[in-house]
Every structure is written in C-alpha cells, then in structure tokens.
Design a protein around this ligand. Structure first.
Ligand code: C2E
Ligand code: CA
Ligand code: CA
Length: 377
C-alpha cells in the first residue's frame, strides 16, 4: 500500500486518490480527465514499483499486481457501473495479462454481454439432451497403447450452436450450476466407461467448486458406487488453481476420493502458482504437464528444460507424468527421450464420441500388431 501511494502522490498532472478496498485489493480514482496513455503509464509505474524485492527479516520476497481501469463517461456513467467495468478489466488482466494493466474497452464490453447470454441460456439448458461427451485417448508413451480416455464436455445450444467448455464451464461456476452439471456428466461418463475393456481408465475433470464446496464431493460417491465401474479405474483431474482456491477443503475431497480407490491427477501443471508445495502435500497419482510447454519443445530450449525438470520431479516423487497437447511425431519423440509416461493430444487422436471408441481401439490393436510383426520379421 505504501509503495502504491508513493507512485500516486508523485504522479502528475492528474490527482490520484488511493484507498484499500479490502483484502489485497486497492482502488484508485484518477481525476482530471486522463487519457488511456496516462492510465497505462500510471499502471505500469505502480506494477514495476510493487515488483521491486521486499526485504523481510531474513529473506527477500516478491509481489506482483494486476490493474484494471475504466473511464468516465466512456465506459459507464454511474459509479456502480464504472466500478463493475474496472473490476472486469482487472479480472481480464488476472486471467490473460497477469501483472499488467488493462483499460476497459468495447471488446471487453462485448465479452461481458456474451457471458451474460451464455449464463442465461445455460440456466434453462437441458443437460441430458444438449450436453454431449467426447473422449480423448491417453496413450502409454512407450508401448503406444491407449491406457485411458479423458472425457470432455460439449454443449450444443439450440441458440448459440457449439459452445466451448472453456466458456460454459466458468459460466456454470459463476451461476452456481457446476455441481449439478458435474453430476449429470459423471453419470453418463461412467456408463460409457463401463462398456470399455477392463484395462482402460476414465479421466474426469472436476471444477474448483466441486472439490471446495462445503459438502465436498459427497454427492459423487453414490454416483460412482451405482455406476458399477470399479473406482480404481477412475482418475479425477483437478487443476492447480482449484487446489489453491481452498487448500484444506480440496485436500479433504481428494482424501475421500483416494479412500474410495480413485486416482488423482493434477491438471494444467505449470500454469498455476506455488505448485511444488501442493505436489508434496497431496496424494497425487499423475501430473498433467500443460500443453503450453509442449508446443515449443523442439524450438524453445526453455520449454525443453521445463519439461525435463518436471519429468525429473515426477520421477523422484514416483508420480506418473502425462503430457497433453502433443500434436507431432517430433514432439512425441522428444517427450519419450525425456521419460514422459503418458501422452495425450491430436497426434494420437482428437476427442471422439463415445460410440467411436470400439472402432478406435480395434484399429489401434491392428496397427500395433502389424508394427510388432514388422519388428519380429
Ligand atoms: P483440459 O482439461 O486441459 O482439456 C484438454 C483440452 O485440450 C481439451 O479442450 C482438448 O480438446 C484440448 N486438446 C487436446 N489435445 C490437444 C492438442 O493436441 N492440441 C490442442 N491445441 N489442444 C488439445 P476442450 O475440450 O475445449 O476443454 C477445455 C477445458 O474445459 C478443459 O481443459 C477443461 O478444463 C474444461 N472442461 C472440459 N470438459 C469439462 C468437464 O466435463 N468438467 C469440467 N469441470 N471441466 C471441463
Ligand atoms: Ca483435464
Ligand atoms: Ca489440462
């Protein structure tokens, strides 16, 4: 707070009012009709000042901050609406431009409107007819046999057409519908997985709200029990961000699922924060390395090194390592050399409908048999 105030006091020619809103949020009112360039200059000064190291008793530590601005009267004309626009700019900065400054714009306004539309249509959506499940193979890196499938949700809205889960899952979380949605999807995913050969596992995504709610994941237990699929064939995928949301509750939910015999995978690994402490404190079976690292594995030495250290970490901790987003043979070869255990991505297959899986596994069997025959010959 002190550092931000110093920047505000030294900023001119506009006067800047500065206050703490609560928790780790602060508010600024920039008076005197600043333009966007002034606001960016102020935001960047604050961010770089906050970022300087902090000397604690015996240690140094660091902080960063994201900033959202909205302008009167361009963005909104009432104080409440103006605040909401600034808040949305901040939310956008946190999600897409961490540590940076974002000024409310017509693009963000359009984004808010489309979020509202998705939320409203989701409220009246029929989860059993409009939601579809697709399945993407998770393949053993060495043998190239499919070890399991991750189930991914698709929403075919009669009004909007196909909506990405990256849009409707967060919308369901915002309007409090994620838990009934998770339950509806789990029932159907388990029913599909029951038709698979015994060695094929199911990976199912849980949201932060599923594992951090007060009653925890209790409603999922009878669904798993009734499904007839043995819990040891199910992996629940939990993102690092979900774990950070409420670590104590997340830990309890994970313990309950583990006690039933289910596996736990840490999803999108490497994109969140304080990763290592969580890896140590949670009973994880698999870590899924985020696809952002794979895209450049052969072009960018940094990506290569990151994956190398993550696979080393998994090895040391005896946790299996899954790499997602593998699109080319060259990426697969590098990952095999680095000792990755499982591979997922378009190189093997795009997500497919449940009724395509039988054929897919049969073709894979033939392909591997032929390859085996060639090796023997
Ligand atoms: P995720 O769990 O990281 O899922 C992997 C995403 O990467 C999927 O996108 C998948 O289609 C995509 N993908 C797989 N292989 C490749 C590849 O080789 N290249 C590229 N570029 N992309 C690849 P999708 O299906 O759009 O899902 C997006 C996110 O939505 C998921 O990310 C997951 O966080 C969430 N999600 C999807 N279904 C569910 C669900 O049933 N429940 C919950 N809670 N979240 C879900
Ligand atoms: Ca996942
Ligand atoms: Ca992922």
């Amino acid at each position: 707070g002190r550092r931000i105030r110093e920047v505000c006091e030294g900023f001119g020619p506009q006067r800047v009012e500065f206050a703490r809103l609560g928790g780790d949020e602060f508010g600024l009112v920039v008076c005197g009709d600043p333009d966007d360039a002034d606001l960016m200059r102020l935001g960047e000064r604050i961010a770089s000042h906050v970022k300087l190291p902090y000397q604690l008793d015996t240690a140094h530590t660091g902080l960063s901050c994201s900033i959202g601005f909205a302008s009167f009267p361009d963005s909104a004309t009432t104080s409440e609406a103006l605040y909401e626009c600034a808040d949305y700019s901040l939310y956008h900065a946190k999600r897409h431009l961490r540590g940076r400054t974002v000024i409310f714009s017509s693009e963000l306004e359009a984004e808010i409107r489309s979020r509202g539309v998705i939320e409203n249509l989701l409220r009246t959506a029929n989860f059993s007819t409009e939601m579809e499940l697709v399945f993407q193979p998770i393949v053993d890196a060495m043998s190239e046999h499919t070890a399991g499938f991750e189930v991914l949700a698709r929403w075919h809205s009669s009004r909007l057409g196909l909506v990405s889960p990256a849009d409707f899952i967060p919308a369901a979380e915002r309007i409090g519908l994620i838990r009934p949605l998770t339950q509806a999807l789990l029932v159907r995913a388990l029913a599909t997985a029951r038709t698979w050969p015994d060695h094929i596992r199911l990976s199912f995504n849980l949201s932060a709200h599923d594992i951090c709610a007060a009653e925890g994941i209790l409603p999922l237990i009878p669904i798993i029990e009734k499904s007839g699929l043995p819990p040891h064939r199910i992996d629940f995928e939990i993102t690092e961000t979900a774990v950070t949301f409420d670590f104590m509750r997340a830990q309890q939910s994970i313990a309950t699922l583990k006690a039933m015999g289910c596996g736990i995978s840490l999803d999108d690994f490497g994109t969140g924060y304080s990763s290592l402490s969580h890896v140590h404190r949670l009973p994880l079976d698999k870590i899924k390395i985020d696809r952002s690292f794979v895209a450049e594995i052969n072009e960018n030495p940094v990506s290569h090194k990151i994956i190398k250290s993550l696979t080393g970490l998994c090895d040391d901790m005896e946790i299996a390592c899954v790499v997602e987003g593998v699109e080319t043979r060259a990426q697969l070869d590098s990952l095999r050399r680095l000792g990755c255990d499982f591979i997922q991505g378009y190189y093997f297959a795009r997500p497919m409908p449940g009724d395509a899986i039988g054929d897919y596994l049969a073709r894979e069997g033939q392909r591997l048999e032929q390859a085996g025959a060639r090796v023997v010959a």
